[in-house]
Design a protein around this ligand. Sequence first.
Ligand code: PRP
Length: 178
Amino acid sequence: MYEDVSEVLLTEEQIQQRVRELAEQISADYRGKDLLLVCVLKGGILFLTDLMRQLEIPHAIDFMAISSYGAGTESSGVVRILMDLNTSIEGKNVLIVEDIVDTGHTLDYILRNLSTRRPASLKVCALLNKPSRRQVDVPIHYVGFDIPNKFVIGYGLDFGEKYRNLPFVGVLKPEFYR
Ligand code: PRP
């Protein structure tokens, strides 16, 4: 698997260090509040579980699965919910946990949808951010890393459902996706 990677963009150590910093900040910001982490499947799972282990405050978790329609790997902006939350978020402090924000369409949809359910607060924590790809302006309150516009895999991110288990974020060799 590692031989499919042309470059390691973020090492396991860099990711884990940044996750610790984010968790420290989130713990301080949400101390004494009813925190619900909403993980967006599937990419967000590794980030969620590492973040949870580092949080110093009580919190609940829930999951959503989203699908975006589009030609090939491009997001079309047409998004729908494949799997919804199990619980009501009314009155809760919701923190969306995403692996990556690219065009912003997915997050924009989730934010619009969840905000109608009257949470006490609604914020976003994304490990990776590709600002150069943005088509919709979305708020990201906690960002792990701003990254360049490269085809990234690992740490939850897939290509054809593979590579999600890599502990680092790498760039896939072009011969694998061309
Ligand atoms: C990825 C990622 C975000 C979304 C970001 O999910 O996890 O949810 O794309 O892209 P956008 O900003 O252009 O909308 P993907 O649809 O690849 O599903 P997955 O997490 O199951 O791999």
